[in-house]
Design a protein around this ligand. Sequence first.
Ligand code: NI
Length: 244
Amino acid sequence: MRDGGAAGVSWILLVICFMLAVPASIPREETAASAPAQIQAEPEMPVVALTFDDGPRAETTGRLLDELALREVPATFFLLGHRIPGNEDLVRRMGAEGHQIGVHTYDHVEVTGLSRADFDLQVGKTRSLLLDILGEGEFWLRPPYGITDAAARQWAGSPVVLWSVDPEDWKDHDVGRIVAGVVEHVQDGDIILLHDIYSSSVDAAVQIVDALQSRGYCFVTVEELLAWNGVTPQPGQVYRSGRG
Ligand code: NI
């Protein structure tokens, strides 16, 4: 069920997930004895993608990157163009540390009903900033509010990424509620929506990673999640999860 054109990528991810998630889920002193049995018992490890919108924000994104690096967890960041100037080091760090980077418009505007020129000012201008910093990249689109129309999807020139798990982390900044909203509902293949501009969301993300890794979950980027599920991403196509 997970074969297809991206089978090679899938096997690489499987190996990486075993290496990273299994030791984290087992008490240190039992690791050597228990790890082989754990791998054999869980051939179908659930794989999900953490995504963060509305950054980068120096006060919170840097700490999130520290915590993700500690756990060797890649994520996907959909950046706002207007937040990039002054935060170039954070963007460089995301690229260097294996995270996927996408665009979330320049000013956090709905991409419906825009002229082509205005769409390019929002999406194209943000991509240009990222290209200047990173040198290369495709920078998939996540439209603010998850809303697109036919023109925006056509002009996107990349896959359009939505989500399948939304704990509404902007609502009350209640870390326990946000964590439960993800951990109690997440399924294999899900794309989880959070915002790295809130300290409470960074705290929640850390707890989500620790809770799900202890249950054998593997975290990958959105691009890797689609590949893992044998989905070949197409420009203008909307993806809500690794299931398509
Ligand atoms: Ni947003």
